[in-house]
Design a protein. Structure first.
Length: 243
């Protein structure tokens, strides 16, 4: 990375899901070198991490310039996060609403931990830009997905590490239909098809059933949100073709 400056490089939080895949394409369009980092924290849907290679390989084939920009792939183990969490993402329990109106899929501090570890890695790798798929528009009320949270953490990371990081959240104000549309804008129908076929979002980690929007149980909150966004996106596409 010696010939590429910190301002030309980015680190993408890449789980293997729809949102992070779209963020990876977003970064590949903007930066000369893009590295990825995923986190293994005892999540039930650990299969999402296995989706990353197919997505990255597909993106490299889709755009030759993207292939040239793809850099190292990192995976960080954070088992302590599951050890201190009693959530439906880290335990074999039913998904339901919890206290305070938050679903029990909320893992307290998860994005704060992810971004802090990502910044530490970016520090070592000489990277200034960090990209995450946090979204305040289509979300379950998770407080660590809010724009104010990300801005506050950006300040704390800058102060605590003595570096001027820039946290990018390109999906912050997009609903899921707009996220599908962004994927098409970035990589055409080829990228949309790649995300449908190879990304993983289902909280239960199911890959058995193939829906028009991809694989998943079809009923968990993540699948429901993804399916609803797909239907709205597909309807817009049909309207555009006939309008």
């Amino acid at each position: 990375m010696s010939d590429i400056s910190a301002d030309q490089s980015a680190l993408v939080l890449f789980s293997g899901g729809q949102d992070s895949a779209t963020c990876l394409a977003w970064a590949l369009r903007r930066f000369a070198r893009v590295e990825t980092v995923g986190f293994s924290y005892g999540q039930r849907h650990l299969i999402e991490l296995a989706s990353r290679d197919a997505l990255i390989g597909g993106m490299a084939r889709l755009r030759p310039e993207w292939a040239a920009r793809l850099g190292e792939r990192h995976t960080l183990e954070i088992p302590t996060l599951a050890a201190v969490s009693e959530t439906a993402l880290t335990r074999d329990i039913a998904i339901e609403m919890g206290e305070g109106g938050l679903p029990n899929t909320f893992v307290p501090g998860r994005n704060l931990v992810f971004l802090t570890f990502a910044a530490a890695l970016a520090y070592r790798r000489g990277i200034r830009h960090i990209v995450g798929g946090m979204c305040e528009t289509d979300f379950s009320g998770y407080p660590d997905c809010r724009n104010d949270t990300i801005k506050a953490l950006n300040v704390a990371l800058d102060l605590g590490m003595g570096r001027a990081f820039e946290l990018h959240t390109p999906l912050m104000w997009l609903d899921k239909a707009a996220t599908w549309a962004l994927a098409e804008e970035l990589g055409g129908t080829g990228l949309v098809d790649l995300i449908v076929e190879h990304s993983h979002t289902c909280y239960l980690g199911e890959r058995g059933a193939r829906h028009d929007w991809g694989y998943g149980c079809g009923t968990c909150p993540a699948c429901s949100l993804r399916a609803r966004g797909w239907r709205a996106y597909a309807a817009d596409q049909r309207h555009g073709m006939t309008g």
